[in-house]
Design a protein around this ligand. Structure first.
Ligand code: ASP
Ligand code: MG
Length: 419
């Protein structure tokens, strides 16, 4: 059995859905198709959620946008009148509308998951109807009933044992050889909707592959494979044909966008290969991440992470930065759900880089201010070079204002001011 994951970019319009059909239509083995929300729908639903919960903007307008976007794709795929798709999507619109008509509860994260999850529900509903119309029926599974999580809304943790039981009962391949289901979303034992963190559909694909012992996972993307740098930012980029799990984890942890960081572990644990291939050129090989015995000679790999916030904290009382101080700082970071992208300590200061989030910036800084002198640089970039050479470092950092520099045997990292 294989798992195919299609991200938002691959199904951003009717053309993308037709392309998905062409790809799965050539498949001869048992298959689970995992799909994200179409295009930038998750962002659009965030706008809707903020309008609803925080009263930022117009709920009716944001809802109309969600509806128009999907209706446009439906019209293109099925023609103007389509009772069979109306029958499928209208209950979803009605359910969402019903939520929006009520008063929000006190929990933003809970409401967020309730609303955001509609992106994946719409996409899988529309795509499965299209596959059926084309004569390739894929059994529709509501993943919230078999991927069970705790109630940590927006970043829920999967109960592997329970989910394994339910998934094995659901994906039996007895009466079908193709299933379609949602990435990113899940459910609790009390049937509340949860999500696994933004961009979490890759993780869903990896989890299902692990729980159901898939042969491999393929992520269909708009890039030809895993590249050694973002081709939009750098010239002369190349595809890396093979990577070890370990290298892939390092890369995604440094901010490489090609795969979600949580994706690799479930696959590594069972030795399941992960293919990254282009949905635009389905005939080309792309890249594979797998257990590799041989020592690969990899080219320098660059990861350029923008929109960073660099902070330096010094205790007001001039005490040293020791374990107790660090644990306080880490508790504050955890409270704001901030992930450290880089840290550097000295005796009396602690510097770190996190993704800049303007929404919480003021309260986060104020909290740190109680104990620390806080210096910060907004909008800096974090540049990582794996398998670096001196020449490459020179080429990439020359003329740049370097604020922090760190090197290990394989990795050089620089926090630089944005140009
Ligand atoms: N639709 C979700 C997001 O955009 C999940 C995903 O795309 O993987 O974050
Ligand atoms: Mg997406």
């Amino acid at each position: 059995m294989n798992v195919y994951k299609f991200g938002g970019a691959s199904v951003k319009d009717a053309e993308g859905v037709r392309n998905l059909f062409n790809i799965v239509n050539t498949q001869k083995e048992n298959l689970i198709i995992v799909v994200s929300a179409m295009g930038k729908m998750t962002d659009a639903l965030e706008v809707l959620c903020n309008a609803y919960f925080r009263k930022e903007g117009d709920v009716a307008q944001a809802f109309q946008h969600v509806k128009d976007f999907h209706q446009h794709i439906i019209k293109d795929l099925f023609g103007s009148s389509s009772p069979e798709t109306d029958r499928l999507v209208n209950p979803l619109y009605a359910e969402l509308e019903q939520i929006l008509r009520g008063e929000p509860s006190l929990s933003y994260d809970y409401e967020y998951d309730r609303i955001i999850s509609f992106g994946e529900l719409f996409s899988t509903t529309i795509i499965s109807a299209y596959l059926e119309k084309q004569g390739r029926k894929a059994k529709f599974i509501d993943i919230r009933k078999c991927l069970i999580t705790d109630q940590n809304y927006r970043n829920a943790c999967v109960n592997l044992e329970l989910s394994a039981q339910l998934c094995r009962k659901t994906f039996t391949f007895q009466d079908t050889f193709m299933y379609i289901t949602q990435g990113f979303i899940a459910g609790t034992t009390t049937s509340q909707t949860t999500t696994l963190g933004r961009e979490g559909s890759d993780y869903t694909a990896a989890l299902l592959a692990n729980l159901l012992d898939a042969e491999d996972v393929t992520i269909w993307k708009d890039v030809p494979g895993i590249m050694n740098a973002d081709p939009k930012l750098y010239e002369d980029t190349e595809i890396i044909g093979k990577l070890s799990y370990k290298e892939a984890i390092e890369l995604s942890n440094c901010g490489a966008k090609v795969i979600h960081p949580k994706t690799i572990k479930p696959l590594q644990n069972k030795g399941i290969p992960l293919y990254v291939r282009s949905f635009l050129y389905p005939g080309s090989h792309g890249s594979v991440i797998r257990e590799l015995d041989e020592k690969l000679k990899l080219p320098p790999i660059f990861i350029d992470k923008g929109n960073q916030l660099l902070l330096t904290l010094s205790p007001r009382d001039f005490s040293f930065i020791a374990e107790e101080k660090l644990s306080r700082i880490f508790a504050i970071l955890a409270k704001y759900r901030l992930r450290l992208n880089l840290i550097q300590t000295s005796a009396i200061s602690f510097s770190f880089c996190i993704d800049l989030n303007e929404a919480i910036f003021d309260s986060f800084i104020n909290e740190l201010h109680e104990e620390y002198e806080v210096l910060y640089n907004k909008n800096v970039r974090l540049l990582t070079i794996r398998h670096y050479t001196e020449d490459i470092i020179h080429k990439l950092t020359d003329h740049r204002n370097i604020l922090v520099e760190q090197r290990s045997r394989l990795t050089a990292r620089f926090v630089v001011a944005s140009n």
